[in-house]
Design a protein around this ligand. Structure first.
Ligand code: SAM
Length: 232
């Protein structure tokens, strides 16, 4: 269970709201039950339910189980796509271990808004499910040109381009270290956007094969390949 406060300095705490509803009414936790908590700051802790009320429950922290995990240095920069698919992309990116999720506004996007609290909730659920002790950072929606202008030179930008690019495995062998993967929207990038991305000095265009993948498939597949190569 994710707790949004530093647990290293906490001996007891009260859970309320949706988390309490889930624990009390869905998981049916009772006084004495053990629960694992993580805070995305100091790590994971063993806690015990002290008492449950109608809308809240109190917990006692018993011991620290693990420090916050080291996170592979990969960002996913992805244009918003239809909501359920974007939620799913964020969920899988979290499970696979990305450090940061950057929503990118592009010209052909069918969707031009994101719901950060919804995306964050999906990533928290995913982290809880896969026992991550760290959450991906979630950026505000960033325009593609601003992203490219402010791009950190030391971070390779693997640009997933269905029109062609280097074999991803070959590109990974040639470029190790901090990285990001850039994925376009349902309609892909415009010619101007494609040229602007390729003009970024950190950009390495890559192909994920001859088939045109859905954006979320391209994101998930490329993260998995990067993680397999990085050994993380
Ligand atoms: N129309 C489909 C959809 O609704 O999802 C396909 C969208 S595809 C144009 C979206 C993005 O996925 C592209 O901008 C690109 O970043 C990535 N992509 C898809 N297939 C790819 C491939 N074979 N190689 C590299 N990137 C790919």
């Amino acid at each position: 269970l994710f707790v949004d406060s530093d647990l290293s300095a906490t001996a007891s705490l009260t859970i309320d709201g949706a988390q309490a509803h889930y624990l009390i009414n869905v998981m049916r936790v009772k006084a004495g039950d053990a629960i694992k908590l993580f805070d995305d700051i100091s790590g994971e802790y063993a806690a015990r339910v002290v008492a449950t009320g109608r809308r809240d429950l109190s917990l006692a922290i018993e011991s620290k189980l693990r420090p916050r995990e080291p996170v592979p240095d990969l960002w996913l920069c992805a244009a918003p796509i239809k909501r359920a698919r974007y939620d799913s992309m964020a969920e899988k990116a979290c499970e696979l271990g990305v450090a940061r999720f950057v929503p990118v506004a592009t010209a052909r996007a069918v969707v031009d808004k994101i719901k950060p609290e919804r995306l964050r909730a999906r990533m928290i659920e995913a982290a809880e499910q896969c026992e991550r002790t760290a959450l991906p950072a979630l950026d505000d929606l960033t325009k593609l040109d601003a992203l490219l202008t402010g791009w950190p030179a030391a971070r390779i930008l693997f640009f997933a381009d269905e029109r062609g690019g280097a074999n991803f495995a070959d590109a990974l062998a040639a470029h190790s270290g901090p990285a990001a993967i850039l994925i376009g929207p349902e309609g892909g990038f415009t010619d101007e956007e494609n040229a602007a991305i390729r003009a970024c000095s950190a950009a390495v265009p890559i192909s994920l094969g001859p088939r045109i993948l859905r954006a979320e498939t391209a994101a998930i597949a490329s993260i998995a390949v990067w993680m397999a190569h990085a050994g993380d």
